[in-house]
Structure formats: structure tokens, C-alpha cells
Design a protein around this ligand. Sequence first.
Ligand SMILES: Nc1ncnc2c1ncn2[C@@H]1O[C@H](COP(=O)(O)OP(=O)(O)O)[C@@H](O)[C@H]1O
Ligand SMILES: [Mg+2]
Length: 221
Amino acid sequence: MNQLQVRNLSFKYFNAQKWILKDFSFLAENGDIVAVKGSSGSGKTTLLNILCSVIPKVIKGEFNGQISVDAEDLENLSLPQIAPTISLLMQEPEYQLFFPTVEQELAFAPENLKINPRQIQQKISQALAELNTESLRYLQTASLSYGQKKLVTFASILTLSPDVFLLDEPFAGISKEMIQTIKNVILELAQSEKIIFIVDHSEIFVKSANKLIDMDRLNVT
Ligand SMILES: Nc1ncnc2c1ncn2[C@@H]1O[C@H](COP(=O)(O)OP(=O)(O)O)[C@@H](O)[C@H]1O
Ligand SMILES: [Mg+2]
């Protein structure tokens, strides 16, 4: 993938008063790090859900506009087709963990892609090593702290190696040292031509991004 293009996007939840996006257009290309900032409730999570098509495919509302990857309109693809290419790290990791152990959790996505077991083991090791979290591999997911759960869901996305990473507050609940590790991983992903959107409420990463979407400054009258 070379481009993720948003054209004339408008969105409002049913029964809500205000539009979250109104006629919003944006282009992200290979290697872009896009910081998404804005106050609580400004629509950062909503934007990420739109970019991976969870809105409008699962969560409904008044939706207009188009999102395309290269020339392909997301409307014509199913969520299982989109998810390995445009992967979301959810704000709440609880909703993204399904298995008793970390290793089972990390095996799930590559198993779905029919990758052979030896390669899956390699992908798991690699993802955990990148995030400096090998020690979590054989732990029970229920025993993890909030920050550790975030790291595991991030590792799970790394096993997929998607073209677009949508990271919803990846630094929340993460220790100072781990924040630096994650920052480095994100910079390396950008260098390897990935597209990264990063919701950064506390503006830890805004300066390192090359594009910015400020949800508080969009024209949504
Ligand atoms: N599923 C939903 N249905 C209706 N309203 C929602 C839903 N999800 C979020 N909202 C509302 O949309 C606005 C934006 O929410 P959100 O995207 O979560 O903001 P942020 O991530 O910037 O804090 C808020 O007013 C929130 O209450
Ligand atoms: Mg949010």
C-alpha cells in the first residue's frame, strides 16, 4: 500500500447533536506518522474506527464520504479483509484480548492468516522482542496490568505486519522506559514505509510526527 486517502468524510452518531467530522479530507502516505490530538470526547477514537471501517460496518451513524487504500474503496472490502492491512490498537485493551495466555493471544492473528506454525513461533518471538516484553510470553492474560495488556495487543498487531497501524493511546498506562521503547518501534515502522496514526492525548509523540490532525480544530459547524 502507498496511500490511505480520506475524501469528504462526515460522521455523526445517531441521536447525537454534533458532527464529529464534517467534510474532512486527508492523505497519508508510506512512512507518515500522523498524530491525532484533541481533548477528551473530540472524536479521536471515532476517527480511528472510521479509518479501519469498524464505523460504518459495525458501529452505525450518519456516514458520508470515502476512504480508499491505493485505488480500492474500503466500502468494497469486508472487515476480515481489511483488518490484516489496517490494524487497530484499541484504547481499551480488554476488548482485544480473548485467550488465557499471552502466547495463545499472539498466535491467533497469524493462525487466521494460515501462516505455518514454525513461522508463527518466530513472529511471536520477534514481536515480543521488539517491544522488550519476552517475559510476558507464558503469562495468563488475566494477570496482566493495563499497560502490559496494551503491550500484548501491540505485539499482536506486530505479528500481522499491517500496512497501516492505528494506535489509540498506546502510551496510556505505560512506564517511562517502555514509552521510549514504543516510540522507537513506531519510528522504525515509519522507516520501513508503514503508515502510522497515533492518538496521543498527552502529546508525548506529537513532535515526532510529520502530520497532525487536531480534532479540536476541525471545522465541524
Ligand atoms: N458508540 C457511540 N455512540 C454514540 N456516541 C458515541 C459513541 N462512541 C463515542 N461517542 C461520543 O462521540 C464523541 C467522541 O468520542 P470519542 O471518539 O471516543 O472521543 P475521544 O477518543 O477523542 O475521547 C463523544 O462525545 C462520545 O461520547
Ligand atoms: Mg478515545
